[in-house]
Design a protein around this ligand. Structure first.
Ligand code: BG6
Length: 478
């Protein structure tokens, strides 16, 4: 399909991953235990169990990943062959500060990322780096209570300073916290641990704790942005939000009002990051709930003076919501959703909505007026490796065609400044929510199963050739 739309000359076509989902080598070269290292494998419809310590015979898929720690030179060569211009990954905090509270960083961890970043650049890939992608040191959870504790701001900014100083000469694009707004689902223990290191809390305090932890993260994010700019004014720091548009279930004005509040609730982290202040409705909501969110006197100024340079976001699906009759429009991410009759779903129940990309980009541009980067978008599916080493993933190509076209219309027809597009995940990796290998997103197949069995060999899927041509035509041919 020829779209007739071309992206800007310097557009960053790439791929995206996170350290804990592919590096493996979980206890190598001084690395400490992260929250991902105590998550057992789940599966489709079965949540991952978190263990208090690493059990000797547990199936911890993040311990293995796809062994990228050792294979990255060959994997980057494949991405270069595909034509990628950028690559997003994260720095595992536990390689730099194994427990999170050390005085000095681990030189072996720093050296690993020196090598990885240099190899990326040698392969023509612009590095795009997330500071914290679901992999905080586990000790910060068990000893300090995670982000409910204000001390986390110091631990995080110290980590940020060390890596900005070390890599800031080579890495221009950074993000602070991956999908910081996933914790809108505070009623689910998984995002509470992944985002904020919150574990073992009384259920009735979960919502307030989430807002308190988020405040500390927002201050830490603003301070990290300040530090980055002091070290190198050319560094661009973005927030990173999971953008799932929430639509009204019907044209009933009550549903429309509820959907508006659902969007306000899911994206207030974006408001604070981009506009530097909390929205009034949220302050009213906290007081209605009797929440006492502790803020230091200097916080408002820190947030206001250190807003982000761009907005990075993931996009996988959209949701619909119905009114509940509550005057405060409290939005319950688990209870208030319904299926959208106009959309199909993936095997994991994620609603497929290409049009939502354009909708979301316009919504964010109108609200925040910041450049944007799509740092995740993709289709998790069961792939089949044929006996002749092929993977015919037309379903993934179809997903991308629709979503990229919608993105291109937002750029070409609506004038939204988009820096790049980094689909998830370039190469198959461990799923964050289920721990499966079977939920595959890559253009490159990795021969490993959910138990880590297989040759580990890499194969090009049909989508590899397809994406190669998309990049070669700068998005004109999908
Ligand atoms: C995002 C995360 O939520 O979606 C990634 O930033 C994750 O870490 C991706 O892998 C896809 O989700 P999942 O659960 O299918 O791996």
């Amino acid at each position: 399909m020829t779209t007739g739309y071309k992206m800007p000359q310097d557009f960053l076509w790439g791929g995206a991953v996170a350290a804990h989902q592919l590096e493996g080598a979980w206890n190598v070269d001084g690395k400490g235990v992260s929250i991902a290292d105590v998550m057992l494998a789940g599966k489709n419809g079965v949540k991952r169990v978190v263990t208090d310590t690493v059990l000797p015979d547990g199936n911890y898929p993040n311990h293995r990943g796809i062994d990228f720690y050792h294979s990255f030179p060959q994997d980057f060569a494949l991405m270069k062959e595909l034509g990628m211009k950028a690559f997003r990954t994260s720095i595992a905090w536990t390689r730099i500060f194994p427990n999170g509270d050390e005085e000095t960083p681990n030189e072996a961890g720093l050296a690993f990322y020196d090598n990885m970043i240099d190899t990326m650049i040698d392969n023509g890939l612009e590095p795009v780096i997330t500071l914290s992608h679901f992999e905080m040191p586990y000790r910060l959870v068990t000893e300090y209570g995670g982000w409910r504790n204000r001390k986390m701001i110091d631990f995080f900014t110290k980590f940020a300073r060390v890596v900005f100083e070390r890599y800031g000469d080579r890495v221009k694009y950074w993000m602070t916290f991956n999908e910081i707004n996933n914790q809108t689902s505070w009623m689910d223990s998984h995002p509470m641990l992944q985002n904020s290191g919150l574990k073992d809390y009384p259920a009735e305090q979960a919502q307030e704790l989430m807002y308190q932890a988020s405040h500390h993260e927002l201050v830490a994010s603003a301070l990290a942005t300040k530090i980055a700019h002091e070290i190198n004014p050319n560094i661009m720091v973005g927030d990173m939000i999971a953008m799932n548009p929430v639509y009204p279930a019907t044209s009933n004005p009550e549903d429309i009002l509820m959907a508006q509040r659902a969007m306000q609730t899911r994206y207030y982290w974006g408001d604070v990051h981009a506009l530097g202040e909390y929205p009034n409705w949220l302050l009213k909501f906290w007081s209605h709930k009797g929440f006492d969110i502790k803020m230091a006197p200097e916080d408002a100024k820190i947030l206001k003076e250190n807003t982000v340079d761009y907005v990075a976001f993931s996009y996988y699906m959209s949701w619909t919501v119905s009114a509940t009759g509550d005057d405060y429009l409290e939005y319950d991410e688990e209870a208030n959703h319904g299926d959208n009759p106009y959309l199909k779903q993936s095997d994991w129940g994620w609603q497929i909505d290409p049009t939502g990309v354009r909708y979301a980009m316009n919504w964010m541009w109108d609200r925040w007026h910041k450049k944007m980067m799509i740092v995740e978008n993709g289709f998790g599916a069961y792939d089949k490796l044929t006996s002749s080493g092929e993977i015919h993933d037309q379903y993934r190509i179809d997903y991308f065609k629709g979503h990229i076209k919608s993105m291109e219309q937002a750029v070409a027809l609506d004038g939204i400044p988009l820096i790049g597009y980094m689909p998830w995940s370039g190469i198959d990796i461990v799923s964050a929510s289920t721990g499966e290998m079977a939920k595959r997103y890559g253009f490159i197949y990795v021969d490993l199963d959910d138990m880590g069995q297989g040759t580990g060999k890499r194969y090009k899927k049909d989508s590899f050739d397809w994406y190669q041509n998309v990049i070669a035509t700068n998005g004109e041919v999908l």
